[in-house]
Design a protein around this ligand. Structure first.
Ligand code: GLA
Length: 392
């Protein structure tokens, strides 16, 4: 048994007692390589699951009680609740995520009839844009499936249930990317997903002497308090304006040329920029995956850089912290590409950095960030891992 598992089991026993059948599960976090803010516009995304993520230690109960404990929020202690009348509550904090998934299972006809004790530990930084919440959702779904014998639920369905719970229970109108990347993760591969159809393909990430480096801005945010839902509304309105003259279901159906032809129908400069990003980013993602298939990592990197510029100037979801991390990264020789990843407004950037430049990257980007922003960024050299699983 790995050290981390042992520590978690010990902590579980200390918090909840040692009796009964205790099991350990894991679900990854994710990083999106390219295709940002396209998943609710019927476009493509290209995320991958990470080897870091969320661990869950769990034991079924005979009564209806739910007891939660997070090693990431130890000051909150044990948070108690019940499986009856599940509803989101501000005071419930992070436990709204697992509770949302129990609720969502019920809505889909899979009633959870007894409670459980659950201890969580995440080694993805909270609120960092690496999908700690989607990781908790998919983890909870996977645990419910195993604990309560919902054996027919596929991993893809776990992704959809996770998204449903986030949309309907937690009130964040997120797309499917995060939960899908986590539930369907595959070591060494990113997932090229068409969010309009859920058709997907695994693409090996062979970086040839380069690493994926994540730079975490440490600017905290949750999607709930970001302008995420506002961006989504802007895109929906822009789509409705285009639909008056063109029969499309989503912005993801448009090529760049077609968009240029139609953009005059969008009645505001701001919405035109938002829609432009959605259309161009989708096309960039298709081109980026093509480049990767042709082993053209340099071209992939250039498209990552262009993605950031579009998110900064047209979609306006970056901010000084993410822009500083990316613009400093671009200055370092050996950086193949760098962009913000996830929803934006804080969180992380993802960069492809040649092996020999990784140390310089961390030092120089780190120093410049501290100097400009006034607090430090954190850096993670990450590996692409598998989806959710039982580990003990
Ligand atoms: C968040 C959402 C995703 C996606 C990204 C932006 O991570 O949860 O569905 O929209 O932002 O690409």
């Amino acid at each position: 048994m790995e050290k981390i598992e042992q520590n978690l089991l010990e902590k579980f026993k200390e918090v909840f007692g040692a009796e009964g059948n205790i099991e350990v599960y894991f679900a990854p976090g994710r990083v999106n390589m390219i295709g940002e803010h396209t998943d609710y516009n019927g476009g493509h995304v290209f995320p991958c699951a990470l080897t870091i993520g969320t661990y869950g230690v769990v034991r079924k109960r005979d009564d209806k009680k739910l007891r939660f404990y997070s090693m990431n929020f130890e000051q909150l202690g044990v948070i108690e609740s019940t499986i009856e009348n599940l509803k989101p509550e501000k005071e419930a904090g992070w436990t709204n995520y697992p509770k949302g998934v129990i609720w969502a299972f019920g809505e889909k006809g899979m009633k959870v009839d007894t409670g459980f004790d659950l201890l969580l530990f995440g080694n993805i930084p909270n609120g960092s844009g690496l999908s700690s919440s989607a990781s908790v959702e998919v983890l909870t779904g996977y645990i419910l499936k195993s604990l309560f014998g919902f054996n027919n639920v596929t991993n893809q369905e776990l992704a959809l249930i996770g998204q449903f719970s986030e949309n309907k229970f937690n009130g964040v109108n997120c797309g499917i990317m995060d939960q899908f990347a986590i539930a369907m993760g595959k070591e060494g591969h990113a997932i090229f997903l068409d969010t309009a159809t859920l058709d997907y393909e695994y693409a090996p990430i062979k970086l040839q002497n380069a690493k994926i480096v994540i730079s975490c801005s440490n600017k905290k945010r949750g999607l709930g308090d970001s302008k995420y839902n506002e961006r989504r509304d802007e895109c929906e309105t822009a789509l409705a304006e285009i639909q008056k003259v063109c029969d499309i279901k989503s912005l993801g159906e448009l090529t760049e040329e077609k968009f240029e032809e139609l953009k005059g129908n969008i009645d505001s400069d701001v919405r035109r920029k938002r829609a432009k990003h959605a259309v161009y980013e989708n096309q960039r993602t298709i081109k980026a995956v093509e480049a990767l298939k042709n082993n053209n990592v340099e071209e992939f990197g250039k498209l990552m850089n262009a993605s950031h510029v579009s998110l900064r100037d047209d979609y306006e979801v970056t901010g000084i912290e993410l822009d500083t991390l990316v613009e400093e990264a671009w200055k370092i020789p050996g950086v193949i590409g760098s962009r913000m990843t996830g929803a934006g407004f804080g969180g992380c950037t993802v960069s492809i950095v040649k092996d020999e430049a990784v140390d310089t990257f961390i030092k120089e980007v780190g120093d410049a960030y501290l100097k400009k922003i006034g607090y430090a960024a954190d850096f993670y050299v990450v590996e692409i891992g598998d989806g959710p699983r039982k580990i003990g």
